[in-house]
Design a protein around this ligand. Structure first.
Ligand SMILES: NC(=O)c1ccc[n+]([C@@H]2O[C@H](COP(=O)([O-])OP(=O)(O)OC[C@H]3O[C@@H](n4cnc5c(N)ncnc54)[C@H](OP(=O)(O)O)[C@@H]3O)[C@@H](O)[C@H]2O)c1
Length: 303
């Protein structure tokens, strides 16, 4: 039986991994994150507190648990906060990854890590794994440094670069879809960029891709995003239509008209070709993802 250690289990992706592995007894799984308890207390999982930025704690947990695979869903993901609090961003997104690399090497474990479209400058889009990286903000720089640390380490690894992950969970950080839905539900007008284009990724697709990396001997760097390229404005309008909100509350603007602390890349689309072939990755389109999100939020469906 394979032993899995999940880091960042209280986050959006981490919670989805817990649900996914919960229904699979092929694995022994230990979930971990910053907090003392797992966010969804009703789910019976093996959970422990672990700050992956603490080298000593990482070493001692990994030496005693000895996982075959480490799935890292932990990161500092708030792009503006990373721009403001650079030291902390480096600690979470680079130093902590270095700790995981060190222990993976020591016990010969496979490390499956998640990175971002923000390693690209967004000038051309349709990025493949071989395209030139050039992050435009500090979050992207830290995530790229984390990738480089893993790639140059010689360990057995997978890095999944993904885009605009959306979904729901217990006390999860506001993602773009939840922000749109909550704002419209409150009757608050919002501004969404028509020129910021990407492939929004439903969190279950990303979790399935991560599990596939634990299941198989896949190695290397993969792009795994949603199936469809769409602007933030169009994504928001589709969400409003599916959830039955007033689309006139959504104002179409250019990205330059939205005040944000960190710069954002404009066009960061992926084709997912390599993941389709090598990971059997077949993600949902926007309507399919948003419909599932609606079912989850209204409590009809949860897995
Ligand atoms: N969300 C997106 O749109 C998006 C897009 C591209 C790539 N990604 C990548 O996808 C991955 C998962 O993102 P997500 O959306 O699930 O993020 P999330 O909801 O913000 O979850 C991240 C989790 O990591 C935990 N964490 C942070 N630092 C930690 C540490 N030092 N030790 C242990 N746990 C720690 C956080 O716990 P606390 O809250 O307690 O700190 C949080 O539960 C990340 O690598 C992210 O960079 C996300």
């Amino acid at each position: 039986m394979k032993r899995i250690l999940v880091c960042g289990s209280n986050g959006l992706l981490g919670q989805r991994l817990a649900w996914l592995f919960d229904s699979d007894d092929e694995y022994e799984v230990l979930h971990s994150s910053h907090h003392r308890t797992f966010a969804e207390q009703d789910v019976l999982i093996d959970y422990t507190q672990l700050d992956i930025a603490n080298r000593g704690d990482v070493k001692s947990l990994v030496s005693s648990y000895r996982p075959d695979v480490i799935l890292n869903a932990a990161a500092m993901t708030n792009v503006d906060a990373c721009e403001r609090e650079r030291e902390l961003a480096w600690k979470m997104n680079v130093t902590a990854v270095e700790n995981l690399v060190e222990v993976s090497k020591r016990i010969d474990a496979k490390l499956v890590h998640v990175s971002t479209d923000y390693v690209f400058d967004g000038k051309t889009g349709n990025y493949s794994e071989d395209d030139r990286v050039n992050p435009v903000n500090y979050y992207g720089k830290t995530k790229l440094a984390g990738e480089n640390m893993i790639i140059s380490s010689g360990i057995n690894f997978v890095i999944l670069r993904t885009i605009l992950v959306y979904g729901t969970g217990v006390n999860v950080r506001n993602n773009f879809a939840l922000w749109v839905i909550n704002s419209l539900n409150d009757g608050t007008p919002i501004k969404c960029a028509e020129d910021q284009i990407s492939n929004p990724t439903y969190v279950a697709d990303l979790a399935i891709a991560m599990k596939q990396c634990a299941d198989t001997d896949a190695r290397g760097l993969f792009h795994v995003s949603g199936a469809e390229q769409v602007s933030r404005y169009d994504f928001a309008v589709r969400a409003a239509e599916i959830f039955g909100y007033d689309t006139s509350l959504i104002k179409k603007v250019r990205l330059s008209e939205i005040e944000q602390f960190a710069p954002r890349p404009l066009l960061t689309t992926f084709t997912n070709m390599k993941a389709r072939h090598q990971l059997q990755y077949h993600p949902l389109n926007v309507i399919q993802g948003l419909k599932l999100l609606q079912e989850e939020i209204t409590g009809i469906h949860l897995n």
